[in-house]
Design a protein around this ligand. Structure first.
Ligand code: PGA
Length: 249
């Protein structure tokens, strides 16, 4: 009952011309992927060009970040309404790189998620533990705390629109994937936590796994009960590789 969602997080990669070339190769490869949601999150500078390139397709456009304010003196920031005007239907918030490199905290992430929903943009809310936290058996504590904080401002009647991405920090960009069983264990914990926090919507909320998802591990990950999709960095930059992930078996 949960529609799979495969999302590309391009991070700080690709110009407009490179994004257009990607779309040209990629779209024919996923033309029959009608049973899943496909999402691409390019850099802000590329959103407009990619929106044009995706217009005739089913592929959704996403941003990688947003500021919760609608407008004002926030140099360098981008407002939810600006993303809405470009046709973004999803936006990533709370990615571990933003938490670690730019000091983003749960309350700021919660404000972003709520501001996105107010513009009918679905937030992809990222959570995940570091290697130190996992080795200290703190995974559930850390992930539970991030969920409580980052989803604190979601109205119960909009909860189903939220996507959660579980991305163990130690698996991002390292080539080390969580085994399907390790990932499932945390996804099951997340769903249980969402049930306590948001009620019945938890059964409908999609939970993506992220962290070195590749063509050769996506099938086993997607076979797990509580894994409803993938958030893909490195392997989303090549059309053939991301298409193989979208067309998982
Ligand atoms: P990766 O990145 O697939 O390159 O590990 C995933 C992410 O950070 O979203």
């Amino acid at each position: 009952m949960r529609r799979p969602i495969l999302a590309a997080n391009w991070k700080m990669h690709k110009t407009c011309a490179e994004a257009q070339a990607f779309a040209e190769s990629f779209l024919p490869l996923v033309a029959h992927a009608n049973a899943v949601d496909v999402v691409i999150a390019p850099p802000f500078t590329t959103l407009s060009a990619l929106a044009d390139a995706l217009r005739a397709s089913q592929v959704h456009l996403a941003a990688q970040n947003v500021n919760p304010e609608e407008k004002g003196a926030f140099t360098g920031e981008i407002a939810p309404g600006m993303l809405e005007a470009l046709g973004c239907s999803y936006t990533i918030v709370g990615h571990s790189e933003r938490r670690a490199l730019y000091g983003e905290q749960d309350d700021f992430i919660a404000a972003k998620a709520a501001a996105l929903l107010a513009r009918n943009i679905r937030p992809i809310v990222c959570v995940g533990e570091t290697l130190d936290e996992r080795e200290a058996s703190r995974t559930f504590d850390v992930v539970g705390g991030q969920l409580t904080g980052s989803l604190a401002s979601i109205p119960a009647d909009r909860a189903e629109e939220v996507v959660v991405a579980y991305e163990p920090v130690w698996a991002i960009g390292t080539g080390k994937t969580a085994t399907p069983e390790m990932a499932q264990e945390v996804h099951a914990f997340i769903r249980e936590h969402l049930g306590k926090q948001l009620g019945a919507a938890a059964e409908a909320i999609r939970i993506q796994y992220g962290g070195s998802v590749k063509p050769d591990n996506v099938d086993a990950l997607m076979a797990q009960t509580d894994i409803d999709g993938a958030l893909v960095g490195g392997a989303s930059l090549e059309p053939e590789t991301f298409a193989r992930i979208v067309n998982f078996e």
